[in-house]
Design a protein around this ligand. Structure first.
Ligand SMILES: NC(=O)c1ccc[n+]([C@@H]2O[C@H](COP(=O)([O-])OP(=O)(O)OC[C@H]3O[C@@H](n4cnc5c(N)ncnc54)[C@H](O)[C@@H]3O)[C@@H](O)[C@H]2O)c1
Length: 253
């Protein structure tokens, strides 16, 4: 795969899969605009990519919940590299975990602003970036939007209710809608929905038919394939990459 001359914007790029995607895309020759709220870590990771082989990197402090900041990130990408070929929406996570909510609290007892955070980051963030970058992709008459869903969007979660609610919105309604609009302008949209991924050790406890969680690289390899010359016919689809978890009989849970 060769992404020389291509530009990707990635959110959640200071850690986990967003960072790994940025590192791989740059190593394959592409330029990356790395967006995150974690300023200190982001700067360090951007510097490492700039010093390494391959394409260039730029860091943008950007909260995906803030549309003005999202447009600022889009503008920075275009000013710096002249185009946006891939928009990869990795920023996300379950609010009850990310905001460290007391495990004793149940759904109606958890403050609504916790759920607001989850819906804003996991759903509105991806929607905002799609809206912002589509303007540029329409002008270019090309582009790819990669949304990130989750197996939770298929399963639900009786406590972290925001997360499957947001993710299923992205996996189906948002992804299909963007593919429909984008088709007039040669813009594709694909959602990649992982099962458990070892960006956190605890994910090893989540069952799959293969008896293990994914290495982050396995998820990023799929995304790079979709973005590459070989993946150009993949469009408007939600692709589960979950070791067969969605195929498990529910009685195994
Ligand atoms: N790890 C898994 O098992 C798994 C499974 C299914 C789906 N996913 C999804 O994959 C994506 C990446 O997961 P990961 O495990 O690599 O995550 P991670 O926690 O390692 O990274 C998430 C990044 O998003 C950033 N972020 C958080 N809020 C933000 C905001 N408002 N604006 C901008 N950046 C923000 C964080 O600072 C962090 O760098 C997420 O959308 C997650 O929901 C993960």
């Amino acid at each position: 795969m060769d992404f020389t001359g291509k530009t990707a914007v990635a959110t959640g790029a200071a850690s986990g899969m967003g960072l790994l995607f940025s590192q791989c895309f740059a190593r394959l020759g592409g330029n990356v605009v790395m967006c995150d709220v974690n300023e200190g870590v982001l700067e360090e990771k951007v510097r490492q990519i700039k010093e390494g082989p391959g394409g260039d990197a730029v860091g943008v402090l950007c909260d995906v919940r803030d549309y003005a900041q999202v447009c600022g990130a889009r503008d920075r990408a275009v000013e710096t590299f002249g185009r946006i070929d891939v928009m990869a929406n990795f920023a996300g996570g379950t609010a009850v975990r990310m905001l460290d909510v007391d495990p004793a609290l149940e759904f109606p007892d958890i403050p609504i602003d916790v759920y607001d955070w989850g819906i804003d980051v996991n759903l509105k963030g991806q929607f905002y970036f799609a809206h912002a970058v589509m303007k540029q992709m329409r002008e270019q008459k090309s582009g790819l939007i990669i949304n990130i869903g989750s197996i939770s969007g298929m399963e639900g979660d009786g406590r972290g209710v925001d997360y499957p609610t947001a993710k299923s919105g992205v996996m189906f309604g948002l992804t299909k809608s963007l593919a429909q609009y984008g088709s007039k302008y040669n813009v594709r949209c694909v959602c990649v929905s992982p099962g458990p991924v070892l960006t956190r050790a605890a994910m090893a406890n989540m069952k799959t038919l293969l008896g293990r969680a994914a290495e982050p690289q396995e998820i990023i390899d799929l995304i790079l394939f979709i973005a590459s010359e070989k993946g150009q016919f993949i469009n408007g689809e939600n692709i589960l990459i979950d070791g067969g978890r969605n195929a498990m009989g529910r009685w195994n849970y």
